[in-house]
Design a protein around this ligand. Structure first.
Ligand SMILES: C[S@@+](CC[C@H](N)C(=O)[O-])C[C@H]1O[C@@H](n2cnc3c(N)ncnc32)[C@H](O)[C@@H]1O
Length: 188
């Protein structure tokens, strides 16, 4: 997805393009108060801040303390930006009707109690506020299913042999009616 060079994050162009598309969904108005759930090191919130006026307020939250420190180092000099260490297992530490936009990118699949988080989003969102939950993956895969022995064989073969062989093997098993749930996730 991205790599670090001299403290700067270098993003893959496809990754950037996908993010830019997601930002294009934001309804831009003056003085918006924005919350980014699972902000990581703050890249999305920084890019969103560039679309906003000087009276906007932007808050990023993440359970990873190192990411919050890095986000503050990267973008904390902009007084509109605030990064808060918080785990979504707890209530969001803001009053109801606080935010015009609640944004979250590549996070919801990491959350154990999604209902709780969505209730909290509803609580802190202003009436007529906007919610953007997005997800995209490029780099890694999660293989899951009921047959744990089969899953272990798949992942071990994948590690040992590489993706071409596992894909070939996977499709041969599919034809033999093996049931495998195949989904993607990164970073969790
Ligand atoms: C895949 S990363 C996405 C980061 C960023 N939104 C992006 O798209 O680059 C998922 C982020 O969600 C955060 N996260 C996962 N579970 C969380 C939780 N229960 N509470 C708060 N943050 C969480 C992780 O620390 C991580 O920074």
């Amino acid at each position: 997805m991205s790599k670090s060079k001299g403290g700067r994050t270098i993003m893959d162009p496809n990754n950037v393009r996908m993010r830019e598309f997601i930002y294009s969904l934001i309804t831009i108005n003056p003085k918006l108060t924005i919350l980014d759930l699972g902000c990581g090191q703050g890249y999305d919130l920084f890019r969103i801040s560039q679309l906003m006026d000087n009276e906007s307020k932007l808050f990023g939250m993440d359970t990873n303390q190192k990411s919050i420190i890095k986000a503050n180092e990267n973008y904390g000099q902009d007084t509109r930006m605030n990064f808060i260490h918080h785990n979504f297992g707890q209530n969001i530490p803001f009053d109801e009707n606080s935010f015009d936009l609640v944004f979250s990118n590549n996070v919801l699949e990491c959350i154990a109690d999604k209902q709780h988080l969505l209730r909290e989003v509803h609580r802190v969102l202003k009436p007529e506020g906007q919610v953007i939950f997005a997800h995209f993956d490029w780099d890694s895969q999660l293989i899951d299913g009921d047959n744990k022995e089969l899953i272990r064989t798949i992942t071990q073969t994948f590690n040992d042999c590489g993706s071409e062989i596992i894909e070939d093997w996977y499709f041969r098993r599919s034809r033999a009616n093996a049931t495998i749930n195949y989904s993607y996730c990164f970073g969790c």
